[in-house]
Design a protein around this ligand. Structure first.
Ligand code: PLP
Length: 371
């Protein structure tokens, strides 16, 4: 029996992620693998750390890429900061806020859930009510860009509020990093995690994270051991420390990190603010085309993410038929609705390298022909 190589088709990825990867990043991935403790590789990791600090707009020393997907970045933040008995406000306005809640509960902490309707931003007023009613809360956790609904929450205001009540903040930036304004230090975010496969347009499987000095202090003062050996940041810290301190913790995903290095080069060479601006321009182009087709957005205009466009499926269209035809006849992937929005929504991603005019023209042409 012979086994054949897998050769995937060339799709245009316009779903909720992974996003299209540029030829430069793909080519970086296929460069020769070297040892993960090779001095040249260590030098490259130092550059990845510096570029992540620039992408997050932070000077946090503890900034690194977890060797696993965004969910592991999420878990890294929760398992390192929370101890049994801690109280955490979890803002939930979609699937990923729900996952934060799971994490809090699995850490043996107590969650105070502040719900917002699907397709809406987190309500700062409701968070303040929860803070007033629960003076013993230690952390406030929220998703910046809720990929399941396309809603953007006001993390700047949320962090400033949390600080007034003496709380640390944990922010999910899986879909926001590189795509919309995000300022870790200026906004006072204490723990943040992202993903490589969204607006960074890198291969899936890496999760940039960053911890403020206050968050690092909480980790240092823990009374209990972090329940996950792999995600315990006190052990990984030396691995990313540089300056001759690097020692073996786990085998780094060497080629994946080449790809992340290249995608960060692309982001920073374009310019962070220019990248945010490009995502907005492309969103406006798509919005115009979808509106012309009579397709309506789920999220109110001032709470919308440019990089994740959640729209109602037109009543005359069959969800599965259209998405299948897009995939099979046009090689275009768009996302189905998730959770409460399953069967009701399409999620059109314009992320990173995918946020380009030609992709919008292609998608709108295909939708025009199919609807
Ligand atoms: N958080 C958000 C907002 C996401 O969109 C995702 C993935 O889509 C995750 C967390 C989990 O990331 P991953 O699928 O890389 O584990």
């Amino acid at each position: 029996m012979t086994f054949n190589s897998f050769t995937p088709p060339k799709r245009t990825l316009l779903g909720p992620g992974p996003s299209d990867i540029s030829p430069n990043v793909l080519s970086a991935l296929s460069r020769p693998t070297i040892g993960h403790l090779d001095p040249l590789f260590i030098g490259m990791m130092d550059e990845v750390k510096t570029m992540l600090q620039k992408a997050f707009l932070t000077s946090n020393e503890m900034t690194l890429a977890v060797s696993a997907p965004g969910s592991a970045g999420m878990e890294t933040c929760f398992v390192n900061l929370l101890e049994p008995g801690d109280k955490v406000i979890v803002c939930r306005n979609g699937v990923f806020g729900g996952r934060m809640l799971e994490n809090v509960e699995r850490c043996g902490a107590t969650a105070v859930v502040v719900d917002a309707p699907w397709g809406r931003a987190v309500s700062i007023d409701k968070v303040e009510e929860a803070l007033k009613a629960n003076p013993d809360v230690k952390f406030v956790a929220a998703v910046h860009a809720e990929t399941s609904t396309g809603a953007c929450s006001d993390i700047k205001s949320l962090c400033s509020l949390a600080k007034q009540y003496g709380c640390l903040t944990i922010v999910d930036a899986v879909t926001s990093l590189g795509g919309i304004e995000l300022r870790v230090d200026d906004w006072g975010i204490d723990a943040i995690y992202s993903g490589s496969q969204k607006c960074l347009s890198c291969v899936p499987g890496l999760s940039p994270v960053s911890f403020s000095p206050a968050a690092v202090e909480v980790i240092k003062q823990r009374k209990t051991k972090v329940q996950s050996w792999f995600l315990d940041q006190s052990l990984v810290m030396d691995y990313w420390a540089g300056e001759g301190k690097r020692s073996y913790h786990h085998t780094a995903p060497v080629n994946g990190l080449y790809a992340l290095h290249e995608s960060l080069c692309q982001l920073l060479n374009e310019g962070l603010e220019q990248s945010w601006h490009r995502h907005l321009l492309m969103h406006n182009l798509l919005k115009q085309g979808l509106t012309d087709l009579g397709i309506e957005f789920i999220v109110p205009e001032d709470e919308r993410l440019p990089q994740l466009n959640a729209v109602y499926i037109p009543s005359t269209a069959s969800d599965a038929e259209i998405r299948t035809a897009l995939l099979n006849d046009y090689n275009i992937e768009i996302g189905a609705g998730l959770g409460e929005l399953a069967g009701k929504a399409w999620r059109i991603g314009l992320m990173g390298y995918g946020a380009r005019r030609e992709n919008i023209t292609l998608l709108l042409g295909a939708l025009r022909a199919l609807l």
